[in-house]
Design a protein. Sequence first.
Length: 482
Amino acid sequence: MTFPDINAFIAELDRRKELSRIGEAVSPDLEIAALVDRVCKSPGGGPALLFERPTGASMPVAANLFGSMSRICLALGVEKLDDLAAEIEELTTPPMPKGFMDALKLMPLVNRLTDLMPKTVKDGPCQEVVKMDGGLDELPILKTWPEDGGPFITLPLVITRDPETGMRNIGTYRMQVYDRRTTGMHWQRHKGGAQHHRIAERMGKRLEVAVALGADPVLQYSATAPMPEGLDELMLAGVLGKRRIEMVKCRSVDLEVPANAQIVIEGYVEPGERRREGPFGDHTGFYSLADDFPVFHMTCLTMRKNPLYVTTVVGRPPMEDYYLGKASERIFLPLIKKTVPEIVDMHFPAAGIFHNLVFISIDKRYPGHARKIMSACWGLGQLMFSKCIVVVDKDVNVQDEAEVAWVAGTHVDPSRDVQMTMGPVDDLDDAAIMPAFGGKMGIDATRKWPSEGVTREFPSRLATSAAAQKRADELFQKLTRR
C-alpha cells in the first residue's frame, strides 16, 4: 500500500503511534528545528512530528516524517527496502521470451510500465486556494541554525523543463527566503535544475519554475533520488506508488505540478541574476558558506484549504535524510549492478553523509579487480562524488560497519592498497582543494593474491566447527531462558 497524499500517510503514522503531536506554541525560528534535531538523534530516528501551533502561522508544520526505517518503508509501500530492489530488478531484467506464448506473458509487464506514466488532470487539491498576490510570509518556513542566512525551504519539489528539449526535472534544492516574493535557488552545478538554468541563460531566456511542497510520500522521495539525466522522476514515483501520478497545470507558468501537493509556489528565474545565498547549516553537520546563486521570483501561491507545511531539518548525522538516502542505496543497487555486475552490495554509512565514505563488497575475479570497481564508481552518476571507497570481498557484510572496519584494519597495507585520484566532488565538500574539484581515495581491503604481487598467504577467518556451533547454540538458548 502507498498513500495518495501526505495527509493519508500522517493519519496512518498516527494510527500506528509513530506520530507525536506538539500542541504547545513553538517558534519556526530555531525552536522547531532544535526539537527535530533532538528527536532525529533518538534511537531509531524518533517519531514523526506534527507542530499544531507554530507561532506566527495558521498552518501546522510536519517534520521527520521519513526519519526511521519503518516510516521510509511504509512511505514506499514495502516491508523492507530490499523488496524495492527486487521489484526494480524484475522491471529492468524481464526474461527473454522463448516463443510466442512467452512473449504474450510479458505483455502485462509492458502494460504496467505504460500505466505508470504521469497524467494531467483538470484540477486538484493543491489549487483549492489561489493567491496571485500571495506571499511566503504566509508559510511557517523554518530558520534551522543560528548562523543561517535566513529561513530556508528545505523539502521543495523544484520543477523545471529543459528549454530546448522540454524534458522535465524534479529536484530537491534548498531555497533561502529573501522577502515575501523572492528566494534563492540553490542549484548545485551537477544537478538537473542547474543544467536547465544554464541552457536558459545561454539562450537569454527566463526559466519558469514551480515549487511543490508536501507531495505524496513516493513523489517526495523520488525528488531526492539520484536519477540518471533525462529520466523523469514522475516515472520512478509511478513505479514505486504503482499508480499514475496526477498533475495539474499551474496558474501563472507553463508547467504541471502534483495535484495532491499541499502548497505550490509558481515563478521564474531571470538569466544572469545572482544574489548572495547562505550560510546554511547543512547535512554535513557544518555550515555551507555564503555564495552567489540564481534568484527565484514568485508569481502565484496556491494551496489546499487546510494545508500542512512539510519540511525537513538537516545537520550532523544521523538525520531524516539518512533514511531517504538509504532508500536510494537499495533501489539503485540493481541498476548499478547492470553496469558493474561484480558488485555484491554497497552501503553508505550515516556518518559518511552519502559521499564521504562508501563500502562496497565484490565478487573478486582477477588481479586489480578492486581498483577497477573504484574507477567504475568514480565514473558512474552521483557515485562520482564518492570521496573514500572501501572495497571488500563478498563474504564481508558491508551493512555491518564494525565488520568492515575490522576487515579493512587487518587486510590493508597502506603503502600498497591505497589509491589516490582527482576529480569532481560534491559542491558542499569544504575540504576540496577547489570548489567542486578535489581528491578521492580508494582502499582495496580484499584478500590479496599472488598475481597481485603478494606472496604471503592471507589467513582465513576464525570460525568454530559446525558441530561445536550447534552445541553452543543449544546451550546458549538454555542460558537465556534462565
